[in-house]
Design a binder for this molecule. Structure first.
Ligand code: NAD
Ligand code: DAU
Length: 348
């Protein structure tokens, strides 16, 4: 038996991780702690919410009294920490919110975990989910490896880098067992439509402009979210203490090329004439401090743990587009904020 706390499980990646663990490990007790910010949505977990090994706890990781009381009650053996403010553009508008949740919130969890197990960390694990953005920006060539120096450029990536450092520091100072993974851009079902792919899918559906930042020649490495969840499962069970693993899709795309591919797919799915969606592309003012290129060398997790993405980008994008088109209600609820009423109805 294992008692696992997953933070941020009502969000995009977290919901896929919670589902995988709840379904795959009926002997584990999975607790999903989430404060349900605008990005958290319990509708993402409707299919597993009544499973006997799943519990939802509403709460804020910044609230140390609350977090300590939850640890005292449940004595979690392990933490998989995903809760975060995750959108770069929002971090530019409100950096402090990112320091609060991503740095202070992580510290609160680290303290609660350390204080629960400080006399015996045997078989315990703090798994911190991080991002490739901590490494900063690449030029036209090169790949991020696990030992690439940290060089964050946005308030979001600076806050994630800071939390990574604290996790390592707790490992060194208090002997707390940990692993960290740094992953590239995820895409797939249930992603909040503020991120590039779901935002553009939604705008194409509604014939709205597609705001491409700058000249669109920025490069990201895209990974299907369920492959990220599979990697997290593998690292959780087989990763080595105090190690970092980079996770990526071996799948680099310039934004403008990706947007054009998406437009072509949407034209087919919506029965529009070829080229109709591309006409919506609008080049807009660039994101301040916009990182030119991220690209992951995922050979460590591939060679040491045998992980590889299981779907091609073509397949993953196809699944994603079809999911958004058949879940317009989800999309509209998320945008209008009506998912809060689902929560109130469900949990009063
Ligand atoms: P998301 O924004 O979709 O979800 C974040 C979740 O955290 C939400 O459910 C939200 O309600 C919850 N949350 C936020 N603040 C909280 C708080 N103070 N207390 C409790 N819960 C809180 O994020 P995501 O895209 O699923 O990212 C999850 C994690 O993965 C983050 O740590 C992010 O940095 C990391 N990551 C994301 C990507 C990506 O492409 N999305 C890539 C690499 C790493
Ligand atoms: O690399 C991992 C990171 O990927 C995660 O840590 C972050 O949580 C996640 O949000 C994502 O960050 P990005 O900034 O790369 O993702 P986003 O979807 O916001 O943007 C992808 C690219 O598209 C980026 O170069 C900016 C550009 N873009 C984005 C938006 C929202 C546009 O051109 N127009 C837009 O409207």
């Amino acid at each position: 038996m294992m008692n696992i706390l997953i933070t941020g499980g009502a969000g995009f990646i977290g919901s896929h991780v919670v589902r995988l663990f709840v379904n795959k490990y009926p002997n584990y007790d999975i607790y999903n702690l989430d404060s349900l910010t605008y990005a958290g949505n319990l509708e993402n977990l409707k299919d597993i919410e009544n499973k006997p090994n799943y519990s939802f706890i509403k709460g804020d990781i910044n609230d140390s009294e609350f977090v300590n009381s939850v640890f005292k009650k449940h004595k979690f053996d392990s933490v998989i920490h995903l809760a975060a403010e995750s959108h770069v553009d929002r971090s530019i508008e409100d950096p402090l919110a990112f320091v609060k949740t991503n740095v202070i919130g992580t510290m609160v969890l680290l303290n609660a975990f350390k204080n629960t197990w400080k006399d015996d960390f045997d078989n315990k694990l703090f798994y911190h989910i991080s991002t490739d953005e901590v490494y900063g920006s690449l030029g036209q060539t090169g790949l991020f490896i696990e030992t690439t120096s940290y060089d964050p450029n946005s308030p979001y990536s600076a806050s994630k880098a800071s939390s990574d450092h604290f996790v390592r520091a707790y490992g060194e100072t208090y002997g707390m067992p940990y692993v960290i993974t740094n992953c590239s851009n995820n895409y797939g079902q249930n992603q909040f439509p503020e991120k590039l792919i779901p935002l553009f899918i939604n705008n194409i559906i509604n014939n709205k402009a597609l705001p491409v930042y700058g000249d669109g020649n920025y490069t990201r490495d895209w990974l299907y979210v369920q492959d990220h969840a599979i990697a997290i499962d593998l690292v959780f069970h087989k990763g080595k203490n105090k190690e970092t693993y980079n996770i990526g899709g071996f799948n680099e795309w310039k934004n403008i090329d990706l947007v054009k591919l998406l437009c072509r797919k949407m034209d087919v799915e919506l029965g529009r004439k070829n080229g109709a969606s591309e006409e919506l592309i609008t080049f807009v003012k660039d994101r301040p401090g916009h990182d030119l290129r991220y690209a992951i060398d995922a050979s460590k997790i591939k060679n040491e743990l045998g992980w590889m993405p299981s779907v091609t980008f073509e397949q993953g994008l196809e699944k994603t587009v079809k999911w958004y088109l058949s879940n317009e209600e989800w999309l509209n609820n998320v945008i209008s904020g009506q998912y809060q009423s689902y929560y109130e109805k469900q949990y009063n």
